[in-house]
Design a protein around this ligand. Structure first.
Ligand SMILES: [Zn+2]
Length: 212
């Protein structure tokens, strides 16, 4: 009995040591090195949970967050936002944001594109979610990107084909504005003003020049 118990114990310790060695032995411990200027949103490796640090991997590229243990490289891609500018009875649909950033400021309906979704699908979905309108895309207005900004905005001129104007859960208020009434000093983002200016100057003038 004693011999058997001792043998079992030996086998258990053997596997315990083998396990621990397997987990710890083939990769270095998690580094404590931490860059204070790293985007605080991304402090930890999504693969192994270690702290990230920044490294210049190629001289021509910006420094990137890298995991010291598993070497995972975090590529900080831009986020893609789609927006829709459309009218009801000749008046432009805007909503007052009920969430940060830019809480309480005006913007046209829009939001982030989900992975796997087309930008057009996202634009149509966001118009429904944010102001309860069914829209069809008339044409691409422009793509707006700014140095140092993490968001790229794709704005579409759309036709409202159905639905009833109503604020979604991320808006405080929805209403329509004639081009003269647009609240230029109360707009949410730089792209909001740029796209509305392009819409009024280019799209509405073109539409007026070639009705139908
Ligand atoms: Zn890692």
């Amino acid at each position: 009995m004693d011999v058997l118990a001792r043998e079992r114990c030996r086998i258990f310790i053997f596997f315990l040591v083998w396990e621990v060695d397997g987990v710890m032995g083939d990769r270095p411990p998690c580094s404590e090195r931490f860059d204070s200027h790293l985007d605080p949103e991304y402090r930890f490796c999504p693969v192994c949970g270690c702290t990230l640090h920044t490294e210049v991997l190629k001289p021509s590229e910006p420094e990137r967050p890298v995991c010291g243990r598993c070497k995972f490289i975090l590529y900080l891609d831009p986020k893609v936002v789609v927006g829709t500018i459309g009218q009801i009875a000749g008046r432009i649909v805007l909503l007052k944001r009920g969430i940060e950033p830019s809480y309480g400021r005006w913007v046209f309906p829009g939001g982030y594109v989900d992975r796997g979704e087309t930008v057009e699908e996202a634009a149509i979905r966001e118009a429904k979610e944010e102001v309860n309108l069914d829209v069809e895309i008339d044409r691409l207005l422009r793509v707006y990107s700014y140095r140092g900004e993490r968001v790229i905005v794709i704005a579409y001129a759309v036709n409202v084909v159905g639905g009833k104007l109503r604020a979604g859960d991320e808006a405080i208020e929805v209403r329509t504005f004639s081009p003269e009434e647009i609240p230029w000093n109360e707009l949410a983002f730089r792209s909001t003003g740029d796209a509305l200016r392009d819409y009024v100057r280019d799209y509405l003038n073109e539409s007026a020049a070639s009705p139908g």
